[in-house]
Design a protein around this ligand. Structure first.
Ligand SMILES: Nc1ncnc2c1ncn2[C@@H]1O[C@H](COP(=O)(O)OP(=O)(O)OP(=O)(O)O)[C@@H](O)[C@H]1O
Ligand SMILES: Cc1ncsc1CCO
Ligand SMILES: [Mg+2]
Length: 256
């Protein structure tokens, strides 16, 4: 990662604004996602009942839709929340967990794409599948490299007008015309569940900030990568890595 990609200006903005981030995410990553947002200075709230989700997404600064543990009633609640956010101009972000690998969630994600997400963040297999260019990964895990999914990400961005982020060893952030590359991080980030899901929540929060959205989202990817690098250097395995990762997010920029 280039040093300037840490974008301390955007980080300062993020912390000062503390985006109220409505997360409709999967059962596995609720606490980790909330803790990542808190460590970066945002304000998470997990509101999932349809009536309340519809109410809250109009008030929150941004909405995350993550289909990792989708059910029919959750799908209905998500749809109401998205429509409510869109009606008042609030950004929403899609994390298409295991799309391609499973039918119900794939159809759901294809349907809600017409509701114009501000951004889509997934691993390579998910982005390839959502773009209609492959059959998906191994459950929630990718079987493709991010570089191999870049053309799919660019096509998906042009088709949906969303910023598309495909993550992996290298992250690519694209609007279909411009593409930013974010390097760094550590393979240990794939040994703790939810680093990608949490990144999607940070991307959602970032979408509520003013300025160039592509740049801000690339900055968010850079914060997570930098924290992953620092945490890996200080930990013995996945358990201590998760703790060190939150501490590293908290301390980001303290040296500069
Ligand atoms: N091999 C790697 N080297 C460095 N960083 C990585 C590597 N693989 C993933 N990452 C980083 O880990 C984070 C999660 O990306 P990943 O593509 O694994 O998401 P994901 O599969 O959706 O994760 P999850 O479903 O567990 O939330 C990103 O910040 C990404 O940059
Ligand atoms: C492991 C897992 N299963 C459903 S969602 C999820 C979190 C990673 O995406
Ligand atoms: Mg994922």
């Amino acid at each position: 990662m280039q040093p300037d990609l840490l974008n301390l200006h955007a980080l300062h903005h993020f912390r000062t604004r503390s985006p109220l981030t409505h997360c409709m995410t999967n059962d596995v990553v609720q606490t980790f996602t909330a803790n990542v947002l808190l460590a970066l200075g945002a304000s998470p709230a997990m509101v999932i009942e349809a009536e309340e989700a519809e109410q809250f997404s109009a008030v929150a600064d941004a909405l995350l839709i993550n289909v990792g543990t989708l059910t029919a009633s959750r799908a209905q609640a998500m749809r109401r929340a998205i429509e409510s956010a869109v009606a008042v101009g609030k950004p929403w972000v899609l994390d298409p967990v295991a799309v391609g690998a499973l039918g119900y969630r794939t159809r759901f994600c294809q349907q809600i794409l017409v509701l114009k997400p501000a951004a889509i963040r997934g691993n390579a297999s998910e982005i390839l599948a959502l773009a209609g260019m492959s059959a998906g990964g191994r459950g929630v895990d990718t079987t493709d490299t991010a570089a191999s999914a870049l053309p799919a990400a660019q096509a998906l961005a042009r088709q949906t007008k969303a910023i598309v982020v495909v993550t992996g060893e290298v992250d690519y952030v694209t609007d279909g015309l411009r593409t930013q590359t974010v390097t760094g991080g550590d393979p240990m980030m794939t040994r703790v569940v939810g680093t990608g899901c949490a990144l999607s929540a940070v991307v959602a929060a970032s979408c509520s900030l003013p300025g160039d959205r592509l740049e801000t989202i690339a900055a968010a990817c850079g914060w997570m990568k930098r924290a992953g690098t620092l945490a890996a250097a200080q930990s013995r395995g996945p358990g201590s890595f998760a703790t060190a990762f939150l501490d590293a997010l908290w301390e980001l920029g303290a040296q500069q």
